[in-house]
Design a protein around this ligand. Sequence first.
Ligand code: AMP
Ligand code: GLY
Length: 436
Amino acid sequence: MHVLVIGAGGREHALCWGVARSPLATRLSCAPGNGGIAQLAECVDIAVDDFDGIVAYCRDQGVDFVIVGPEGPLVDGIIDRLEGENILAFGPNERAAILEGSKVFTKNLCKKYNIPTAAFEKFTDLEKARDYIQDRGAPIVVKADGLAAGKGAIVCETTEEALAAADSIMGGQFGAAGDAIVVEQFMVGEEASFFALCDGRNALPLATAQDHKAVGEGDVGLNTGGMGAYSPAPVMTDEMCQKTMERIILPTMRAMEQDGRPFKGLLFAGLMITERGPQLIEYNVRFGDPECQVLLARWQSDPLAALIAAAKGQLAGYEVDWSDRAAITVVMAAMGYPGDYGKGSEIKNIAAAEAIAGVSVLHAGTKLEDGKILANGGRVLGVTAQGSDIRTARGRAYQGIDAIDWPEGFYRRDIGWRAVAREDALEQDTLEQGGA
Ligand code: AMP
Ligand code: GLY
């Protein structure tokens, strides 16, 4: 079958990587793709929001299945458009994608169906929001209602910061996405990413992951799309996964069905693991980036077959096999990211990194020009490695990074620190017990 992947990031390179190894795929295209994707798929120069162009390509080139990577086109209804043309596609339709498209919708759903999440209040009136913030005090979290490229949530340590955040979001910092805001209680705990493949009725939990959102080592500095990720997430024990399914994912699936918005596609719950168990921070309606890279590294059975089963409503009894090895992705970004950064510098020696056992280099913002790989975005590469545990995988990923020659890039040296510290503590326990 001819498969088309929509998107241009590391997530889409990982999806293409997964599809390319499926015996079901006889032809693979990506719109618009990037320099790495170009090495395993036909990249077509169609923007992710050019629905007419995408539909025309599907018709002309006999595309049998479309996998949509990013949230923008999902929230804007690309699945409705493709299904309207009888093209099978993976992802939620516009009515279901509202789980990511509107934080107010999701918070109200949580309230109505008793799904654990931070206490919150919604405002469309700035003065009322300011009064509420002053009344509650800090720490407190202020969020734009709509899509804001992952930057719409501001965790505020002082009341002044929270007031300034409300002023700037409602003042138009994120355009119409900030016409309404959510002000919510600050939750204390460890964050984890939980993924479920959904077919409208059934939800199949996938492997767990954790990412590092902050740009700086020690998880400090500005938030980014994610500077690295690893799987599995040690904090997501079997018990915690079960609680997440019972208290969060399955009630959401039932609620969406009852509301006439059955959810198909990938449901990504951002969780805070608190003393009271998992709490929902937010939903995304697509794979995480860079979490998708570590999931695809560990996905052993055919990923394409699973996505097709989800799109066709055939997940009942479906199983996915996972490697019991750990995987890690370390992102290399252009100097200056998440602020201003330059484009066009050449990246050399990627092949040397990929020659290391267990290492794959997944591209995000790159382009292939005259046989050279050039930086073409903020997050540029995701060096992905596997190993018997996170520490081993991490050692390989950094070996890969050290092999790459790109002076204009930077990365965090401490991706996976929490998981490695846990592994060290476990090992110490074992040694002490052995010695006693
Ligand atoms: P969001 O865009 O809603 O995922 O939020 C971005 C980041 O802000 C999350 O990954 C958390 O680190 C943090 N955050 C959001 N909401 C809360 C909350 N209620 N309590 C603590 N941290 C939060
Ligand atoms: N890495 C987090 C996200 O994709 O939203």
